[in-house]
Structure formats: structure tokens, C-alpha cells
Design a protein around this ligand. Structure first.
Ligand code: NAD
Ligand code: MG
Ligand code: MG
Ligand code: MG
Ligand code: MG
Ligand code: MG
Length: 355
């Protein structure tokens, strides 16, 4: 049917191991700028894939010791960028424009292989919102693993890979896509599948997903549910188990078999309540709010507020953090998790994970 043909034409193009040539990235010098969640995983996976890697960090960075202990060479950002053919920027998005000033001088020369250098990202934020404007003579591409960094490393060492996205913004060499796919293979993403996208689509969908559903939407739903129960006089411990602890068990079912498998596993009572109550909670008004959120992302208003606050000493950011840190849900949760060591519970203090 016409609809079926249209759906097929709209399907994302997907690349697997057989579509990527690992030897391309093995013939390049790769600088990994930053050694955090994504940086350590990219650097170590590439090294295991036979790629020459140097890590670029600020002098005296706390992460330099970690990288050196893992057998990696650590140099300054400027030195790594001068040496490299491919420069992957894995510093926080709000810091990238500042760090780019140390990378930029290196982009005016060709790589050691006589080819244009490649500037790479794992998220399109700084290119999409034009806080970084690279020279037109370099390749600009993106490989974005759809996974937290620690899983990018763990799954790779287990022989698998996490799915990813690939995009090309500038193709000075004529080989930007093939080189980006080779990089994606080096970190394991083509084992799972790499979808082709653009910087704009990756950035806008990533920001929308984390704000409206994954992080913002879910956190607000959990807090509202907890408050509704405890304000009605129910015990906070029960409220925590109902709205937060069990959420993981439900999401695990959706992850494995979609909404239908989740509904297959829950009672008919729960399934009926799902159908009649879900639309009372996420209403047409909620969807209208989601559309407004998407508009703010597309217009750059969200990015501007975020970057302005970061440049103003993160005042709003830290106030939001403190407000949720003090929520009764967090206090009762921390106590309950102490009795469940098998969950491998963690605590965050002053931005650091403590066991
Ligand atoms: P992170 O906060 O975990 O690590 C940042 C690293 O940058 C640290 O090693 C830090 O030492 C270094 N750094 C900070 N300031 C620096 C400076 N001035 N000079 C040099 N190095 C500096 O960051 P992350 O979460 O890995 O994010 C990196 C990129 O990956 C971002 O673009 C992000 O959107 C993207 N991304 C992250 C994830 C994730 O799992 N966290 C998932 C997909 C994409
Ligand atoms: Mg995302
Ligand atoms: Mg994101
Ligand atoms: Mg129940
Ligand atoms: Mg059922
Ligand atoms: Mg963080």
C-alpha cells in the first residue's frame, strides 16, 4: 500500500558491522578530549580496537591519573588536537565552546595522512546552537551512543555494543560518513546498529526525550504521585515503593516487549486502570505543554537559558538541585535502599558517588 511504502521511506537508515571499515579509523590518530562518562569508554574501546589514541585534558585534571592508570597517554587539549587526525569532543556541553578555543588552532592544518581533520561530537548541541563554528575545511561528524558512558564500556568488554546515531554536518574530505562509521565500529556501536540522522534531529530529539519523558517527565510524575499519597495520609515508605521502586520493574517489561508485554504481565485490574486513568493524567493539555517544550528547544530558548545560567555561576541549576535533594521522597528512599544492599544502592554527595 501507499502508506506502507511511505513508512518504509521514512525508516531510518541503519548501519551494522558489515557496513563499516575498521581500518579507516585504525589509520587515523584519535584525540579524545575529556575523560568522563563517555570519554573513558570511547578511549578504551578504541584502544582495544587497535586505534592510536591520546587523551586531551586540562593540566592537573583529576581524571588524568585514571586515564594513565588505564594505559592511555594524557596530554594537553592543544597538544592532543595538534597530534590528531580525528578529535572527539567529550567535555560537558556547556564547557565545549571554551575548550574548543584550545582545539581550533589545530584545525587549520591537514591531518598526518594529508586528509582534512575531523571534529567529532557525541551530541549535536554546540553545532546545532552555533556556540562552535568550525572552519569549513574540516569534516564535522557525530557518533552518539544511545547509552550512558559506563554501559558503552561494559557492553563492549562483554562482546556486545550499544546502539548509536551517526550524522555528518560537514564533509570536506568526501569520506566523513565512512570515517564516522569506522569510529562507531571502533567503540562497538555497529554491533548493535547505528542510525543515520542529522545534528539538528539528534539534538532536538535528545533534548526533548530527556526533558519531556525520560528525566523531567518521569521525575515530575514520581514526585506528584508520592506527594498525592503522603498528603492523603498514606505511609511514605509505601508511597516510595509504589511510585519509584516498582517503576523499574514496569519499565523493564516495556523494554523487553513494549507496552503489550508489560500489560500481559500485570493484573487485569492494573491493565484496566492503565487504560482509564493514563489519559486522565497525561491529557491533551499535557501534550500541548510537550509541544511548547519542543518549540523552546527548536527556537534555542532552552539552550540559551541553560548556557546563560552556566555562565552566571549556575545559580538556578544549583538551586534546583538543592530543592529536589531535600524532597521527602529522597530521604525515605535513601533509608529504604539501605535495607536492600542487593540493589547495589548508591548515594551522591557533593556531586560524587559514595557507596
Ligand atoms: P562528563 O561530565 O562525564 O565528563 C566530562 C569530561 O570533560 C571530564 O573528564 C572532565 O575532566 C573534562 N573536562 C571538563 N572541563 C574541561 C576542560 N576545560 N578542558 C578539558 N577537559 C575538561 O561528560 P559526559 O557526560 O561524558 O558528556 C560528554 C559528551 O557526551 C556531551 O556532549 C554529552 O552530551 C555526550 N553524551 C553523554 C552521554 C552520557 O552518558 N553521559 C550519553 C550520550 C552523549
Ligand atoms: Mg538521549
Ligand atoms: Mg542528552
Ligand atoms: Mg501494585
Ligand atoms: Mg495481564
Ligand atoms: Mg551529570
Amino acid at each position: 500500500s501507499t502508506q506502507k511504502k511511505e513508512d518504509e521511506a521514512n525508516m531510518a537508515k541503519t548501519y551494522h558491522d558489515q557496513d563499516a571499515d575498521l581500518s579507516l579509523i585504525q589509520s587515523k590518530r584519535v584525540a579524545i578530549i575529556g575523560y568522563g562518562s563517555q570519554g573513558h569508554a570511547h578511549a578504551l574501546n578504541l584502544k582495544d580496537s587497535g586505534v592510536q589514541v591520546k587523551v586531551g585534558l586540562r593540566p592537573g585534571s583529576a581524571n588524568a591519573k585514571k586515564a594513565e592508570n588505564a594505559g592511555l597517554e594524557v596530554v594537553s587539549v592543544a597538544e592532543a588536537s595538534q597530534w590528531a587526525d580525528t578529535i572527539m569532543v567529550l567535555v560537558p556541553d556547556q564547557t565545549a565552546a571554551k575548550v574548543y578555543a584550545e582545539i581550533e588552532p589545530a584545525l587549520h592544518a591537514l591531518g598526518s595522512d594529508g586528509q582534512p581533520k575531523t571534529l567529532m561530537f557525541a551530541h549535536g548541541f554546540n553545532i546545532r546552537f552555533r556556540t562552535i563554528t568550525p572552519p569549513t575545511t574540516v569534516d564535522v561528524s557525530l557518533v552518539a551512543p544511545k547509552s550512558p558512558g559506563h554501559r558503552v564500556r561494559e557492553v563492549f568488554t562483554e562482546g556486545g555494543g550499544v546502539p548509536g546515531l551517526v550524522a555528518v554536518e560537514q564533509d570536506a574530505s568526501g569520506k566523513a560518513l565512512a570515517n564516522a562509521l569506522s569510529y562507531a565500529k571502533g567503540i562497538g556501536c555497529t554491533r548493535a546498529g547505528v542510525l543515520e540522522t542529522t545534528f539538528t534531529e539528534e539534538t532536538e530529539t535528545d533534548l526533548f526525550g530527556e526533558q519531556a519523558v525520560l528525566c523531567g517527565g518521569t521525575a515530575a510524575l514520581v514526585k506528584a504521585g508520592f506527594e498525592t499519597l503522603t498528603e492523603a495520609g498514606y505511609q511514605p515508605e509505601l508511597a516510595y515503593f509504589e511510585v519509584l521502586h516498582e517503576l523499574k520493574l514496569i519499565v523493564d517489561l516495556m523494554y523487553r516487549g513494549g507496552l503489550e508485554y508489560m500489560r500481559h504481565s500485570i493484573s487485569d485490574t492494573a491493565e484496566w486502570g492503565d487504560y482509564v486513568t493514563g489519559p486522565r493524567i497525561v491529557t491533551a493539555e499535557t501534550k500541548k505543554a510537550m509541544k511548547d517544550v519542543l518549540t523552546d528547544i527548536q527556537s534555542g530558548a532552552f539552550a540559551k537559558r541553560f548556557i546563560d545560567d552556566q555562565n552566571n555561576g549556575r545559580k538556578e541549576f544549583e538551586a534546583f538541585r538543592q530543592q529536589d535533594r531535600d524532597h521527602p521522597l529522597e530521604k525515605v528512599g535513601a533509608e529504604l535502599r539501605k535495607a536492600m544492599p542487593f540493589l547495589d544502592p548508591v548515594k551522591v554527595e557533593n556531586g560524587h558517588v559514595v557507596k
